[in-house]
Write a protein that binds this ligand. Sequence first.
Ligand SMILES: NC(=O)C1=CN([C@@H]2O[C@H](COP(=O)(O)OP(=O)(O)OC[C@H]3O[C@@H](n4cnc5c(N)ncnc54)[C@H](OP(=O)(O)O)[C@@H]3O)[C@@H](O)[C@H]2O)[C@@H](O)CC1
Ligand SMILES: Nc1ncnc2c1ncn2[C@@H]1O[C@H](COP(=O)(O)OP(=O)(O)O)[C@@H](O)[C@H]1O
Ligand SMILES: [K+]
Length: 494
Amino acid sequence: MRYAHEVGKVRAAEQALMARLPEGTLMQRAAAGLAAVCCRLLPRVYGAHVVLLVGGGDNGGDALYAGARLARRGARVEAVLAGSKAHPQGLAALREAGGRVLPADRAEPAVRHADLVIDGLTGIGGTGALREPYAALARLTEDTDAIVVACDVPSGVDAGTGRVDGAAVRADVTVTFGTCKPGLLIDPGAARCGTVELIDIGLGADLPDPDVVAVWPEDLHIPLPSPESDKYRRGVVGIVAGSERYTGAAVLCVGGAVRGGAGMVRFASVPRPVELVRQRWPEAVTTIIERTPAALEKVGRVQAWVVGPGLGTDRGAEALVEAVLRTELPVLVDADGLTVLARRRDLLRRQAPTVLTPHAGELARLLGRDARREEIEARRLEHVRRAAAELSATVLLKGSTTLIAEQDRPVRVNPTGTPWLATAGTGDVLSGLIGALLAGGMTALEAATAGAYLHGLAGRLAASAAGSGARTGQAPIGAHDVVTALPDAFRTLS
Ligand SMILES: NC(=O)C1=CN([C@@H]2O[C@H](COP(=O)(O)OP(=O)(O)OC[C@H]3O[C@@H](n4cnc5c(N)ncnc54)[C@H](OP(=O)(O)O)[C@@H]3O)[C@@H](O)[C@H]2O)[C@@H](O)CC1
Ligand SMILES: Nc1ncnc2c1ncn2[C@@H]1O[C@H](COP(=O)(O)OP(=O)(O)O)[C@@H](O)[C@H]1O
Ligand SMILES: [K+]
């Protein structure tokens, strides 16, 4: 897992470490690491043209010292100063090494023609939208052939949240110090980082437990069938989805569960979705139910439930959501089920695990009051955490960078996925898949994590046209393609 710490904790750890070291040691460590990465990225350091974008704080100091190191190795280093002040010792070091300061009006051609640009405008001290001239300098990085290396954080990205409010640097590589920052792992900030390289500056012992962790495949412990397995031991998942009006969601959800490794899928709904599920997934055991509180009595035993996709939001849907949540089994609530829950949050008072899989709009409804969809998209980390605490559930927030939160645990960031997944019905596949993993005995957090990982990977595999010779090798996909690609996604793990 890759770990990230909140900015306040990074600063506290830095303070504690700095108190034990000679002044300036940490900045030298950071600058040495940054310069080493730049040397690796450049085909030749000697004679390379390097431009530094330098803000008024220590982030600019790192860039200046790194520039001095590159200048000493023969690079032609030019610095553009964004503020009225710049780190004085860093500036002196650059000049002493043969680097020079460019006037502001030379910044644009310099960045455009450079071999490498170091962004040292703002780091963890950046607050709010970049002001001028920082913003104009950050925009220059969007239109250059130079390799853009962000120092600690791409300027314009909020290090704590990943929020981007206006102009921001678009980096090929982000060299971050001591520990990752949440904004480097969470979109929209993560999309600005390129590859993230972590430089050890010795903070380790002073850092507390991480606030955010990115999931790695070796963290996923998906149970595999053994010789003693039978369909009941592998897990029976019950799916309550679909309505006379919406049928596709049910078919996709069942598909996600079948391909997600359930020993058996029991599907319960009204006649039309039952008929369609039977046609598409003869493996599923179907039951026609009425939309009443007693509906589940006919369904048979399961180990976990999924409720919500295509269910509608009327009184009948509410009766079904209530019936499922009144069981003492793990339950995943998705889609229309979440809309029902927004007016019946009392149903979340239960002992067994509950997994909620909202997108930002659904989470806004669930949190109510002041929550707005756009705010949630912009500050995903804060909202997913708040949701897990207020709703006493495992919350998986979908969208660009899926986050998974449980109270008092680090938030998990899913590294797989592709914007091609932003198409109707892919969420239904995810809920069926996680339901199957829950029924197989994984904890709510494990099942949500593994489900998000496999789903994102299946999306990528489905979207990439291997061997097609196409330029990007990617193509649009439908939700059923994600279902089809799930076995290949599982195969990458075994
Ligand atoms: N501490 C340590 O031990 C170590 C720290 N290290 C490094 O220090 C970095 C943190 O340095 P920091 O605290 O000086 O803040 P920093 O990121 O340079 O930003 C402040 C500057 O940005 C400006 N500014 C802010 N917002 C702005 C906006 N919206 N628009 C425009 N300008 C804006 C702000 O201007 P002001 O508001 O003061 O006018 C000020 O000039 C950290 O990321 C890492 O790289 C490493 O060397 C390792 C050891
Ligand atoms: N921009 C994006 N980048 C990556 N994944 C995305 C993006 N937008 C949506 N997704 C993923 O696509 C799926 C869409 O789910 P959802 O919004 O529930 O759609 P539906 O309800 O139509 O099935 C989720 O897994 C989500 O994480
Ligand atoms: K920066």
